[in-house]
Design a protein around this ligand. Structure first.
Ligand code: UDP
Length: 312
């Protein structure tokens, strides 16, 4: 296949790019490097299966030649980032989805949108299955990400229904692994770098909120299976191993063998109290489930952060 991945220089985008290239596909990676980085794709320059285009996907996209699949993964994904750049976040989820859908239609390509567990907002049911409509505050600070992704899903379904396009709607739950930025601001980069440096580990709120964390390799396998499936409806891809943030801080501290103190900081506005994917659909339809436990995944991720900190 010839694949276009927007956000291909980001954390997830670059891992998907690597996976696709290993499977023998050709990847054009499109990124404006706002939160992505050339370092994530440096090893691919010179590879005939790879090309890079520095472009903002909220503007008209022209890509010459054949494309079999368009994967729209461009977007800030850390709450810290999307609170800092709210308008580009809204634009890449809305205008960027429209432009990439238009391109996929023109090329008769499969379209995949990287959606999110944030479409469920601060969920009133736990775990969340794909039929749940969510509990999102549209005018709260997180609304810029959540509503952009909800719009992206609506737009994608409209193209599927009206233009009969094959689409894939991937609802990604919290994911971690190598290539996350040191200053990404999300829980794992913060906790791991704080633990390594011996500085206080900052747990927001009382630490009783939960998340369910998926190691990036598991997620990428799931994404690939979804792409090759014929599922046009949303599918949750995530690890259902649910943990409180306090437990996560303690786990990281003990795996790093750190002497850091755990300190409590104010909870961000509208921070979801629980989050856990119901992956019944992915298990049944894609024959996919995660294989890497949190402890195994952290053991693969901590050395990456140690090295990145040394080089920073
Ligand atoms: N969090 C925390 N300390 C940090 C960073 C995040 O306790 O230094 C909490 C945050 O309040 C949330 C959870 O960790 O409850 C996951 O936050 P993250 O930013 O990783 O992603 P989210 O799931 O909120 O999109």
């Amino acid at each position: 296949m010839k694949v276009l991945i927007t956000g291909g220089a980001g954390f997830l985008g670059s891992h998907i790019t690597d996976y696709m290239i290993k499977q023998g596909h050709h990847v054009t990676c499109m990124d404006n490097l706002v939160t992505g980085s050339k370092e994530n794709i440096q090893h691919l320059f010179g590879n005939p299966q790879f090309s890079f285009v520095n472009q903002d996907v909220t503007n008209f996209i022209h890509v010459p030649g054949k494309i079999d699949a368009v994967l729209h993964f461009a977007s800030p994904a850390s709450p810290v980032d999307y609170l800092k750049i709210p308008i580009p976040t809204l634009k890449v989820g809305s205008l960027g989805t429209h432009k990439t859908l238009g391109l996929a239609k023109e090329k008769k390509a499969i379209f995949m949108i990287a959606s999110t567990s944030e479409v469920y907002g601060d969920p009133l049911i736990n775990p969340q299955n794909e039929k749940y409509w969510g509990n999102v505050n549209p005018v709260g600070p997180r609304g810029v990400y959540d509503e952009a992704k909800r719009f992206a899903e609506a737009m994608t379904m409209a193209y599927h229904r009206y233009h009969k396009m094959p689409v894939r709607i991937l609802r990604i739950f919290n994911t971690y692994g190598p290539r996350m930025r040191l200053k990404d601001g999300r829980a794992i980069p913060n906790f791991v770098t704080q633990a390594i440096k011996g500085s206080p580990i900052t747990v927001y709120g009382d630490g009783s909120q939960t998340r369910s964390l998926c190691y990036v390799d598991d997620l990428v396998r799931g994404i690939y299976k979804l792409l090759l499936s014929n599922m046009n409806e949303p599918v949750n891809i995530g690890n259902p191993e649910e943990i409180t943030l306090m437990e996560l801080a303690e786990t990281v501290k003990s795996l790093v063998k750190s002497k850091s103190k755990i300190v409590l900081k104010p909870l961000p506005v509208d921070d979801p109290k629980v989050r856990c994917p119901d992956i019944t659909l992915a298990k049944k339809s894609l024959k996919w489930e995660p294989q890497v436990s949190l402890k195994e995944g952290l053991a693969k991720t901590i050395p990456y952060f140690r090295k990145a900190l040394k080089e920073s």
